[in-house]
Design a protein around this ligand. Structure first.
Ligand code: MF3
Ligand code: CO
Length: 250
């Protein structure tokens, strides 16, 4: 399927899906504390999503068993919530969630520190978030897709961290994963030309050490090969003729 340009009506629905997801993330941030289990975070997230009249898009996606991906420390993404896994002071935790509102999707991720964390972990979280903003500076009609990728990579690497290469951002709309793929590193070529009305999920995944990753035996959890910590930050955005609009944001 080619890259889709959304109509004003579709954009309105995606704004709503984005706003609801932003609110879910804000509420989940409140419950992050030492002692909570990753399953409790998932349960709360699913409850918030359903109360808002939405469907959690991750649940059942390719057999994924939960509504929120909860990834701790060296887990990059797609961690599976578990009632035995408690958060400890000093951990970092990435929450990734998606909702479907009237057939339209939003997708967003945040990384938080649990209690007091090390300065290195704090820097990792901040650089990951900032790399998203450096990237979307280039998400404007007339620019090329890989301008976004290059800006993310440059910022991350200039801070001594690395971007994961095996996983990418994506177009989003009626489907969670639409074209184009959006790498967080600069591939060969400039990529497609961006147009107003494209909706994209841009999601840098940043490792404190090397960029290489493994997948655990559960076939989902992506972890860093060297055991270093990893952070994730994602928003669903709308490309316009001017500044990009962040949809999963309040
Ligand atoms: N947010 C992830 C992405 O952008 C999707 C999670 S995979 C799922 O690709 F299986 F949990 F849905
Ligand atoms: Co995504």
């Amino acid at each position: 399927m080619a890259v889709t340009i959304k109509s004003e009506r579709e954009i309105e629905l995606m704004r709503e899906a984005g706003k609801i997801l932003a609110e879910v993330h804000n509420q989940l941030e409140e419950i992050i504390a030492p002692g909570i289990t990753t399953l409790e975070i998932d349960r709360k997230g699913e409850e918030l999503i359903r109360k808002a009249g939405c469907i959690p898009s991750f649940k059942g996606y390719d057999g994924y068993p939960a509504s929120i991906c909860v990834s701790v420390n060296d887990e990059v993404v797609h961690g599976i919530p578990n009632k035995k896994h408690r958060l400890f002071e000093g951990d970092i935790v990435s929450l990734d969630a998606g909702v479907i509102y009237k057939d339209y999707q939003s997708d967003a991720a945040r990384t938080y520190g649990v209690g007091k964390i090390s300065p290195e972990s704090q820097k990792l979280i901040e650089v990951t978030k900032e790399s998203f903003f450096r990237g979307i500076e280039f998400a404007r009609a007339g620019n090329h897709l890989h301008d976004i990728s290059a800006a993310i990579q440059k910022y991350v690497e200039s801070n001594g961290f690395s971007v994961v290469r095996d996983l990418v951002g994506h177009g989003i709309g009626k489907e969670m994963h639409e074209e184009p793929q959006i790498p967080n590193y600069k591939p060969v070529g400039r990529g497609i030309r961006l147009c107003a009305g494209m909706t994209l999920a841009i999601e840098p995944m940043v490792n404190a050490g090397g960029y290489e990753v493994w997948i655990l035996e559960d076939d989902w959890t992506v972890v860093t090969r060297d055991g270093s910590n990893s952070a994730h930050y994602e928003n669903t955005i709308l490309v316009t003729e001017g500044d990009p609009e962040i949809l999963s944001w309040i």
